[in-house]
Design a protein around this ligand. Structure first.
Ligand code: SER
Length: 575
């Protein structure tokens, strides 16, 4: 089967079972300063899994593009990618295990036609705070799964939260036990380097995880797991992997969506995929991920999402160079239409040869040298590490990374919190600044230019930041006017009201949309001021203060700067 067929079958299957197909969230989530990227289908749904009412109801399904940077070092094997699409279905306090597991089974065995004898499932074995998942065990048995195909694992494997095992879940994080499904490839012989016996969670590649039903029913409160008011289902299945198993091929890079990219890499390098799998997979994955980031409006740079994009592009360049001695911008023009990617390739190529020459002179590398290579020649850490290992340098990878991290922290932003993952920050400080964000956008439109729209945002407890389309620097007078208007509205103590309405009605009202976001048929809209004559109307999931006096202070614009051609960035704080 091909990717479109599998995606289509899945969404229709769940639509028939009462689910509303919702559009995917952007790869870079607005108002979620705690993570860099959308990394699972559930992430944009966290408020609803915690009890907020979703405008589209209690049964939802979608296909969510996601990035997992944590997997970057695994890319090169037959099944890992940094960018992927995750098929998902959710019950927001509606159905539970008795519906979910039979549906997934039916989808895999009947819709996709996977042979039952190739499928294995796992359940949570229980620990001191959450009991063994008897119910899932019995359901799998009743579906005819033989008991030797039902495996039990502990929190390391059969517990899901965005921050992993219960112990690592921060206060307010949600999660629960899960039940995974695996496909067995007879063609892959067990590799004893991964352990004496093969089993579904073995990493040798004989088994591939293709789906995970998480039973999200806990929240971490006062350090303990506490039952959520509702029992939820959160299913996620990697689309690329599902397509690969329908073809009974363990190499996910052989599916339709990679064919043209791999073909182009073969042409450029005059080499065959067979024999150069690892490098070609890395190039294909990283270019695909960088393209997705480019479409999401990310520009390569030194911080946060921009730095991830830089690493992906530069690693693809180095890998291409390992297959072909001369690498040029033109090569990448054959691989992508994105101008920002091509520009970044151009920048890196200028220092690449010199950097490689310097590298060859080294006897050994440590964290400090890696940092110098990064600063002078723009070599991201993974590249230095890989080059060093390829040349047989003896390296304690963990110590090396620690040392590199220390140097990096000293000179760059310290964005550690962002990498931790965790709950979208709905603290009162962030909520207040989120409302300020709406006010600043409306004030910009009213005092500077009605055509201004937002291009991205980032809010933390200290400040709000918004990107918007505008071609020049704001004058001091303009900044003063924006600030004055925002504070005037706060002094008027306008009300903030949320309404759920059809998307078309919200569009008629001229409600502001988030950049690069697609919306479902019914949306939630926030009004500031009267509903008939509001100061601001935005498509938004919230949360916000109920009235502007709750902002508790005066808004001050602290900075306004350029980030790219035609895009400005503005910062504001509450004093
Ligand atoms: N959230 C779970 C996962 O990412 C299932 O959707 O695996």
């Amino acid at each position: 089967m091909n990717t479109d067929e599998v995606r289509d079958k899945y969404l229709k299957f769940f639509e028939k079972r009462g689910h509303k197909i919702i559009p995917p969230a952007p790869l870079v989530l607005e108002n979620d300063p705690t993570t860099l990227f959308t990394s699972s289908g559930m992430q944009p749904l966290v408020p609803y899994l915690m009890g907020e009412v979703h405008p589209e109801g209690k049964r939802l399904t979608d296909s969510q593009p996601a990035i997992r940077v944590g997997d970057i070092e695994d890319v090169g094997d037959n099944r890992h990618t940094t960018f992927f699409e995750m098929l998902g279905n959710w019950s927001l306090g509606d159905y539970f295990k008795a519906e979910q597991l039979p549906w997934v089974w039916e989808f895999l065995t009947q819709e996709l036609g996977l042979p039952k004898e190739k499928l294995y499932v796992s359940i949570f074995e229980g620990d001191e705070s959450v009991p063994r998942d008897e119910e899932s065990y019995e359901i799998w048995k009743s579906l005819g799964v033989p008991t030797d195909h039902i495996l039990e694992y502990g929190v390391d494997k059969n517990w899901w939260s965005r921050s992993g095992v219960p112990e690592n879940m921060p206060e307010g994080e949600i999660g629960g036990p899960d039940s995974e499904i695996f496909f067995e490839f007879d063609s892959v012989k067990h590799d004893p380097r991964f352990g004496e016996h093969c089993h579904p969670n073995c990493d040798c590649g004989r088994f591939l995880e293709i789906g995970n039903s998480v039973f999200i029913q806990y929240i971490k409160k006062n350090g303990k797991l506490t039952e959520l008011p509702q029992k939820n289902v959160d299913f996620g299945g990697g689309l690329e992997r599902l397509v690969a198993v329908t073809n009974n091929d363990p190499d996910i890079f052989k599916i339709d969506i990679f064919a043209s990219l791999i073909g182009k890499i073969e042409d450029l390098t005059s080499k065959k995929y067979e024999g150069e799998e690892s490098a070609m997979r890395i190039i294909a994955d990283h270019i695909r991920a960088a393209n997705a980031l480019s479409n999401a409006g990310v520009i390569p740079g030194n911080k946060l999402q921009s730095y991830v994009m830089r690493r992906l592009i530069r690693r693809a360049v180095v890998k291409l160079k390992s297959l072909k001695s001369e690498v040029s911008k033109d090569d990448f023009m054959a691989l992508t239409d994105s101008e920002v990617i091509i520009e970044e390739v151009g920048k890196f190529i200028k220092t690449l040869d010199q950097g490689l020459k310097e590298f060859e002179k080294l006897e050994n590398v440590d964290g400090k040298i890696a940092f110098d290579l990064y600063q002078t020649y723009g070599f991201p850490l993974e590249i230095t590490l890989e080059l060093a290992l390829e040349r047989g340098h003896k390296i304690n990878v963990d110590e090396f990374k620690k040392a590199f991290g220390k140097h990096q922290e000293k000179s760059r932003t310290s964005s550690a919190g962002v990498f931790k993952g965790g709950l979208a920050d709905h603290s009162i400080e962030v909520t207040r600044l989120h409302t300020v964000h709406h006010l600043v956008l409306a004030a910009l439109q009213k005092t500077v230019d009605p055509k201004i729209s937002q291009k991205g945002s980032n809010i933390n407890a200290e400040r709000m930041r918004m990107d918007f389309n505008f071609s020049r620097k704001l004058t001091e007078d303009e900044v003063g006017k924006v600030e004055a208007l925002v504070n005037e509205k706060i002094a008027e103590d306008l009300e903030v009201t949320k309404k759920i309405m059809p998307k078309s009605d919200a569009e008629k009202l001229g409600a502001q949309m988030e950049f690069a976001k697609k919306y479902p048929d019914n949306v939630s809209v926030y009004f500031i001021g009267s509903i008939d004559l509001p100061f601001s109307v935005e498509f938004c999931g919230g949360p916000h203060v109920a009235k502007l006096s709750e902002i508790h202070g005066r808004v001050k614009i602290t900075k306004e700067e350029s980030v790219a051609a035609g895009v400005r960035r503005i910062y504001a704080i509450i004093e």
